[in-house]
Design a protein around this ligand. Structure first.
Ligand code: 26Y
Length: 801
C-alpha cells in the first residue's frame, strides 16, 4: 500500500491519543505496539473487506484449513512487510524518537501450537494469501498458549502463557457469527409425517462458539484472507437458564488451554471436546455462508474444500454429514458423495502413539448423534469393502474397532485425498502405517512436501543476509523464492563469500549478546554454532547430540594442549510436561552445560547453551546464526521436519540422517554440501523385521562409546544420578529404541569432519551458499500451489515458476 511518512506519523500520534489519552512520550513500548497494531489493522481494513467481497461476488472456491494448532509468530513485522510499509513505518517511528526493536518485542508471540504442525499451518496461511488463493484458517482461540518454559536447577518448569493479557491488536470478535455446538444428552430418531427420520435431542450441553477473525495479509498483492479462531462461551441466556459453576467451568475449559503434547495422544475427553468444538463451529459457519449464496448442495464441493490437518479435525466428516442429513434432508449417498469430495487429509506422523483413537463409550457419551453417523459410515464401509477385499483387512481398517473410534482411518475413508509431508514419509504411509487403506484406496494417496514462510525466515529474521542477496540478484526472489538459485553464479566470488561470512558473524553476535544478557554465558562468534532446535522427543535424538558433547569434553580433558575448532552447542526444546524421559534429557543437557561451561580446562573451546522457551520468536534469533543444523532423527521417524528448511535458507549446513525432508534438502543442495550419516529407513526396517538389533553389542565393541555413555552414571556430571541412569538404561537396558548407539560412530565421524572443514572459511561459505541458493524450492508458496492444483482444485494468482 501507499503510505507517506508524514501521514503515518500523524495517524500514529492520533491513534495513541485516542486509545490511551496520553502524550507519546508517556507511553510504554506495549502501548506503542498496540497503537501501531490497531493502526495497521485499520490501514488494511479496506483490503480485507474487498477480498471477502470479491470472493463472494465471484463465487470463488474457498479452502478452509482446519487445524487444532496455529503458530503464527509475531505479526507486526510480517504484516508491515507484506503491506510494503516497513521502511516508512520504521523511519516514522525513529523520527518520533521511538525504538522499533522494543516495540517489536512488546508483541506477545501467540503460542497456539506445539511445534511443526502448528507452524506449518501458519506458514500455509501466509502463503495462500501471498499467492492470491482463497484460503481460510479454522482453529481454536486458546486463552492460554503453550506454556512458557523456564529452567530451575536445570529442570524444566512450566509457566502459563497469558498471551491475551493486554488484548490482541489483530483480531476482530464477531459475535454475530456465533453458533451453538451441542454435547452430550440423548438423541433419538423420530419419524416425521413424511416418513423420514429426524433426530430429537434431549438434555444436551450447548456451548456458544464465538469466532475471532484475524486478517492474513498477502505479500504485496492486496489480498487479505481470514484466520478464524473459535472461543467457547455460555450460550445466550434468553430463557434465563441457570448455569451452575461447574457448567460454566466446563464451557470455559474447552478453549482454555492448548494441550502441550505433541505426538503423544492421550485419550482425554477434554481434547475430544476441543476437537468437536472447532470442527463443528467451523463446518456450521461454512455451510451457513454457502447456503446464504446457493440454493442446492449438489455443487458444494466445487465451492468448498475442507482440509484436515492431522487427525484432530477429523470430526468435520461426520459433522458435515450430520448437517446435510439432519438439517437439509439430504439422502445418505448424496451427502456422502458431497462430504468425501470436499474433504482432504494430511498425515503428519508415522508414530503409532500419535494416532488418535477414542474409546467408544466416551465418544458416544459426548457426541451421541455424531456417533450414530460414524456407526453408519462404519457399517457401510464394511458392507462395501468386505466382499472385495476380505473381512480381515476390513476389520483392521474400519472406523470402529477394538472398542475405539480410529480417527486416522475415518479421515482416510471420508476424504478424497490423503497426503504425507515428504516423499519418504508418503512411501512409509503406503508401506506401513496406512498400508491396508492404501490397498483399498490407492488413488487417494499423494505426497505434498512441506514448505516454510521464506520471507519471515529471511526478510524479517535475517535482514543482513537479505540485503546482501538483494545487492546481487535484486528483489524478485521475494515473490518467487526459487530465484535464489541465481546466487550460485557467485560460488567462486571470493568477495561475496567473505561478505556471506561477515553476515553470519553479525547474526552470531546478535545471538551471543542475547545469550550473554539472558543466561550470563559468554560465547565466541568464531566458534561453530551447532544448533538443534525442535521439540524434545526421543526419536529426534537430542541424546545423540548430548553424547557428542560428552565426547568433545572428554577429548579436551584428555588432550588439553591439542588445538580444537571451538564450538558452541545450542539447544532449544520444550518437553511435554508429562513426558518424563524428555524432561530428564533436558536436565542432563543443562547439567552437562554447567560442567562444561565452568571448567577452566575447557575455557572457550567448548560451550553448551540450552536456551529456554524456544518458540517462533527465538527461532528468528537463533536460526540466522547457525553454522550447523542438527537433523538427526532416527531414519523413518521424522515425517518431514521444517526447521531443517529454515536453517538451510539461512545458510546452515545440515548434519543429517536420511530422514523426512532431509533427503530432499540433500538432493537439492548436493551431497557434498551436507554431512550425512546413519542408518537409512531401510536399515531400520531391516532391524525391525529381523528383530536383531543389539545395543549392548555396539556398546561393547566401541571403547570410546563406552567411556562416553558411562559418563552418564559415573558422577562426572554432577546432579544427575537419577536422570543419567534413566538415559543409560534407555540405551542399554531397554535396547535403545531409536538406534542412538548404532548411529553414534558415523555421527562422530561427521562431527570430526565438520570441525576440520570449518577451518577453511572459503570452502565452508561456498557450501553455505549452495544451501541458500537451493532453498527456494522449500518455500511454502510452492507447497500450497501444489495443494491448490492437485487436491483443492482452487485457483491462485501469482505465477510461480
Ligand atoms: C494427538 C496429539 C497428541 C498430537 C498433537 C500434536 C499429535 C501430533 C501433534 C503434532 C505433530 C507434529 O507437529 N508433527 C510434525 O509435523 C510437521 C509438519 O508436517 C513435520 O515437519 C514433523 O516432521 C512432524 O513431526
Amino acid at each position: 500500500m501507499e503510505l507517506k511518512e508524514a501521514q503515518f506519523t500523524k495517524d500514529f500520534i492520533n491513534e495513541i491519543r485516542a486509545t490511551y489519552a496520553v502524550d507519546l512520550k508517556d507511553t510504554s513500548p506495549m502501548e506503542q505496539y498496540m497503537a501501531l497494531g490497531h493502526l495497521i489493522k485499520r490501514y488494511n481494513g479496506e483490503s480485507w473487506t474487498d477480498t471477502s467481497r470479491s470472493y463472494r461476488k465471484n463465487d470463488v472456491k474457498q479452502v478452509y484449513y482446519f487445524s487444532i494448532e496455529f503458530l503464527p509468530g509475531r505479526l507486526l513485522q510480517s504484516n508491515m512487510l507484506n503491506l510494503g510499509i516497513t521502511d516508512v513505518v520504521k523511519k516514522g517511528l525513529k523520527n518520533l524518537g521511538l525504538n522499533f526493536d522494543k516495540i517489536v518485542q512488546a508483541e506477545p508471540d501467540p503460542g497456539l501450537g506445539n511445534g511443526g504442525l502448528g507452524r506449518l499451518a501458519a506458514c500455509y496461511m501466509d502463503s495462500m494469501a501471498s499467492i492470491g488463493m482463497a484460503g481460510n484458517g479454522n482453529g481454536i482461540r486458546y486463552r492460554y498458549g503453550l506454556f512458557k518454559q523456564v529452567f530451575m536447577n536445570g529442570y524444566q518448569v512450566e509457566l502459563p502463557d497469558d498471551w491475551l493479557r493486554n488484548g490482541n491488536a489483530w483480531e476482530v470478535r464477531r459475535e454475530n457469527r456465533a453458533c451453538l455446538v451441542r454435547f452430550g444428552g440423548h438423541v433419538w430418531l423420530q419419524e416425521q409425517p413424511d416418513g423420514s427420520l429426524k433426530p430429537v435431542y434431549d438434555h444436551t450441553d450447548d456451548v456458544l462458539a464465538v469466532p475471532y477473525d484475524t486478517g492474513i495479509i498477502g505479500y504485496h498483492n492486496v489480498v487479505t484472507n481470514t484466520l478464524r479462531l473459535w472461543s467457547a462461551e455460555l450460550p445466550p441466556n434468553e430463557e434465563q437458564t441457570y448455569y451452575s459453576q461447574e457448567q460454566r467451568d466446563n464451557i470455559d475449559d474447552i478453549t482454555k488451554v492448548l494441550y502441550p503434547d505433541d505426538s503423544n495422544a492421550e485419550g482425554r475427553s477434554l481434547r475430544l471436546r476441543q476437537e468437536y468444538f472447532f470442527s463443528s463451529a467451523g463446518v456450521q459457519s461454512i455451510v451457513r455462508h454457502y447456503a446464504a449464496n446457493h440454493t442446492s448442495f449438489k455443487h458444494f464441493p466445487q465451492k468448498v474444500a475442507i482440509h484436515i490437518n492431522d487427525t484432530h479435525p477429523t470430526l468435520v466428516i461426520p459433522e458435515l454429514m450430520r448437517i446435510l442429513l439432519d438439517e437439509y434432508d439430504c439422502p445418505w449417498n448424496l451427502a456422502w458423495q458431497i462430504t468425501t469430495s470436499t474433504m482432504s487429509y494430511t498425515n503428519h506422523t508415522i508414530m503409532q502413539e500419535a494416532l488418535e483413537k477414542w474409546p467408544i463409550d466416551m465418544f458416544r457419551g459426548l457426541l451421541p448423534r455424531i456417533y450414530q453417523i460414524v456407526e453408519e459410515i462404519d457399517r457401510r464401509y464394511r458392507a462395501d469393502k468386505a466382499p472385495v477385499f476380505g473381512q480381515n483387512i476390513v476389520d483392521r481398517t474400519a472406523p470402529l474397532g477394538d472398542g475405539q473410534v480410529r480417527m486416522a482411518y475415518l479421515a482416510v475413508i471420508g476424504s478424497h485425498s490423503v497426503n504425507g509431508v515428504a516423499p519418504l514419509h508418503t512411501e512409509l504411509l503406503k508401506k506401513d502405517v496406512l498400508a491396508d487403506l492404501y490397498r483399498i484406496y490407492p488413488e487417494k494417496f499423494n505426497n505434498k512436501t512441506n514448505g516454510i514462510a521464506d520471507r519471515r525466515w529471511l526478510e524479517i529474521a535475517n535482514q543482513p543476509l537479505t540485503k546482501l542477496i538483494d545487492s546481487k540478484i535484486g528483489k524478485k526472489w521475494h515473490a518467487n523464492p526459487k530465484l535464489l538459485q541465481e546466487l550460485s553464479a557467485y560460488e567462486n566470488d571470493d568477495k561475496f563469500l567473505k561478505q556471506l561470512a561477515e553476515v553470519k558473524k553479525i547474526n552470531k553476535q546478535r545471538l551471543a549478546d542475547y545469550v550473554q544478557a539472558e543466561m550470563g554465558i559468554t560465547i565466541r562468534t568464531d566458534a561453530i554454532f551447532d544448533v538443534q532446535i525442535k521439540r524434545l522427543h526421543a526419536y529426534k535424538r537430542q541424546v545423540l547430540h548430548m553424547l557428542e558433547i560428552i565426547r568433545e569434553y572428554l577429548e579436551i580433558k584428555r588432550n588439553p594442549d591439542q588445538a580444537v575448532t571451538p564450538r558452541v552447542h545450542i539447544f532449544g526444546a520444550k518437553a511435554a510436561p508429562s513426558y518424563h524421559y524428555a524432561k530428564s534429557v533436558i536436565k542432563v543437557i543443562n547439567a552437562l552445560a554447567d560442567l562444561v561451561n565452568n571448567d577452566p580446562d575447557i575455557g572457550d573451546k567448548l560451550k553448551v547453551v540450552f536456551i529456554p522457551n524456544y518458540g517462533v520468536s527465538l527461532g528468528e534469533l537463533i536460526i540466522p546464526s547457525a553454522d550447523i543444523s542438527e537433523q538427526i532423527s532416527t531414519a523413518s521417524k521424522e515425517a518431514s521436519g521444517t526447521s531443517n528448511m529454515k536453517l538451510m535458507t539461512n545458510g546452515a549446513l545440515s548434519l543429517a540422517t536420511m530422514d523426512g525432508a532431509n533427503i530432499d534438502i540433500i538432493r537439492a543442495a548436493g551431497k557434498k554440501n551436507e554431512y550425512i550419516f546413519g542408518l537409512t529407513a531401510n536399515d531400520v526396517y531391516g532391524y525391525y523385521r529381523r528383530n536383531d538389533y543389539c545395543a549392548r553389542k555396539v556398546y561393547e565393541s566401541n571403547p570410546e562409546l563406552q567411556r562416553v555413555v558411562n559418563a552418564l552414571i559415573t558422577n562426572l556430571i554432577p546432579g544427575i544420578s537419577t536422570e543419567g541412569h534413566e538415559i543409560y538404561d534407555s540405551l542399554l537396558k531397554y535396547n535403545d529404541e531409536y538406534f542412538v548407539l548404532a548411529d553414534y560412530a558415523d555421527y562422530v565421524k561427521q562431527q570430526e569432519q565438520i570441525a576440520q572443514d570449518f577451518q577453511d572459511t572459503t570452502t565452508w561459505q561456498k557450501k553455505s551458499l549452495a544451501n541458500i541458493a537451493a532453498s527456494g524450492t522449500f518455500s511454502a508458496d510452492y507447497s500450497v500451489a501444489r495443494y491448490a492444483e492437485d487436491i483443492w482444485q482452487v485457483p491462485y494468482n501469482r505465477i510461480l515458476k
